[in-house]
Write a protein that binds this ligand. Structure first.
Ligand SMILES: Cc1ncc(COP(=O)(O)O)c(C=O)c1O
Length: 486
């Protein structure tokens, strides 16, 4: 028998004990207990979203009508989007947008989310860095996506809309919107990227359990889907294609609007509740982040954690680094171009000024389905262009290696998307180990991966592939955006 308690024991109340060469603290001993979680009461749920457009030194370029090339007004977006969302989208005036009480009431079922100090991850890495994470995986839908889904469903209900349609990659956004629409009594139809539909059957079950109708995309139910399947019957789909299908359904169905899970300004703004809470929680720790990190699909969770802190950088008060972690196989920030492009594959959206790989980009079938999008959010693209943030690309295997380490040290199995943020955090923490600097790193744990276990199985079996994309291939896809910018 291995003795549980060795040296370090004082009287009946051990300060710490060692087990098989590892040291464990006795968390019942107040004298040495380190605070792990920083919690805010429900009364601290933010009362307003932060609209960075109002304070950006260079405002985002306008959305353009693809035919006339004229800048769009909110009314031009009403045929597709819920009106209040369209108004928020182009609002460059109001720094704070009040959150209606009905939405805050729904937020109360999971907000404020915890800020957690990752002591055991720090120890495993042997880093002097202090690592904190904001745990958005505690939402009923399992990710940050619910922060915007509840807002969009609420505004739809208020306008008298009866149906919402949307796309989903890995199923996190679809799951969030399915739940939010159920809460506000609206019907929901979701186009799920076919690769993820097959990889993640339980996400489909979750959406169905919340009451939504799910169609794998591309499908034969829309013109956009038919065109893609006619060209390639084995097409595994992309977010760009699923968006085209959802918009087509919205514009052809009475009293139906389209809801997007990322990229657009209002979606990114709804996510700022994450960073606004984190700001207060970091103050409770007595530290301020030197580095803020999030994974990057279209930019919504990155905006959520980063933008409230970035306003201090814009004002010249702080010099925090903001790092977006994108997959090496879908590298729009690290290898894309800042150009006008469509937000969807078949060209149904307005032209958006963004970092893009070209709207015809076909991403590899990595398990981080939510990061397989060709473009970056409009606000973020401008901030990237202006040097307020940076980006790194992460291979699939590196992301899962970091995700497994996080699971083993901090006890939460992260979503494959979130693994990218953890991998970027590990890189920065190891740099601190080399230099001896004690930096404070904050990352967003955007979701859990409890229904992504087949991906973890593949990683553990050594069967996961990294996907390399050559400059020539990228140039071929970029041509679809370049043609729009002549
Ligand atoms: C858990 C999770 N994290 C991150 C993302 C990436 O999206 P975004 O860049 O909008 O945060 C997704 C998208 O589906 C997701 O499901």
């Amino acid at each position: 028998m291995v003795p549980l308690l060795k040296k370090g024991t004082i009287g009946v109340c051990p300060l710490w004990y060692s087990f098989e060469g590892k040291r464990f603290f006795n968390y019942n001993t107040n004298a040495i207990m380190k605070q792990k979680k920083y919690l805010l009461p429900e009364s601290e749920i933010p009362t307003a979203w932060f609209n960075i457009q109002a304070v950006m030194p260079n405002k985002p370029l306008p959305f353009l009508h693809p035919g006339t090339r004229q800048p769009l007004k909110p009314e031009d977006l009403y045929p597709i989007f819920v009106e209040e969302c369209a108004n928020q989208e182009l609002n460059q005036k109001d720094e704070w947008i009040e959150i209606p009480d009905e939405i805050r009431q729904q937020y109360a079922s999971y907000r404020c989310t915890p800020l957690v100090r990752a002591y055991d991850l720090e120890e495993a890495l042997g880093t002097p860095a202090h690592i904190y994470f904001k745990n958005e995986s505690v939402s009923p839908a399992g990710s940050h996506k619910l922060n915007s889904a509840l807002a969009q469903a609420y505004y739809a209900k208020k306008q008298g809309v009866t149906n919402l349609t949307t796309e989903t990659g890995a199923g996190q956004w679809g799951g969030a919107l399915s739940y939010a629409t159920k809460k506000f009594g609206i019907d929901c139809a979701v186009y799920m990227v076919k690769a993820s539909y097959n990889q993640k059957p339980y996400r489909r079950s979750i959406m169905q359990t919340f009451g939504a109708a799910i169609t794998p995309s591309p499908s034969m139910s829309t013109r956009a889907g038919k065109d893609i399947l006619t060209a390639n019957p084995n097409d595994q789909g992309s977010l760009g294609c699923a968006i085209s299908e959802a918009i087509e359904l919205a514009v052809s169905t009475p009293n139906c609007k389209y809801a997007l899970g990322s990229v657009l300004n209002h979606v990114c703004m709804h996510q700022t509740v994450i960073g606004l809470e984190a700001e207060k929680q970091m103050a409770m720790t007595g530290e301020y982040p030197d580095i803020v990190i999030a994974c990057f699909g279209g930019g919504s969770n990155f905006c959520g954690i980063a933008l409230p802190f970035m306003r201090h950088k814009i004002r010249g008060e702080k010099n925090t680094r903001f790092i977006a972690a994108e997959p090496a196989s879908c590298p729009k920030l690290t290898r894309g171009k800042f150009e006008y492009d469509f937000g969807d594959e078949s060209g149904m959206t307005p032209l958006l000024p963004m970092y893009t790989l070209g709207h015809t980009f076909k991403p590899a079938t990595i398990h981080a389905g939510g990061l397989r999008y060709h473009g970056a959010g409009v606000v973020l693209s401008q901030l990237m262009k202006d040097g307020y943030m940076e980006a790194v690309d992460i291979e699939q295997n590196e992301s899962f290696k970091a995700g497994v380490l996080f699971a083993q040290t901090e006890g939460i199995i992260p979503a494959p998307e979130s693994c990218h943020a953890i991998a970027a955090t590990v890189r920065e923490a190891l740099k601190c180990k080399e230099t001896g600097e004690q930096k404070t790193i904050l990352f967003n744990l955007s979701g859990h991966g409890f229904v992504d276990m087949s991906a973890y199985d593949q990683y553990i079996a050594g069967d996961l592939q990294d996907f390399h994309i050559s400059d020539e291939e990228l140039a071929k896809y970029m041509a679809s955006a370049d043609a729009l910018n002549k």
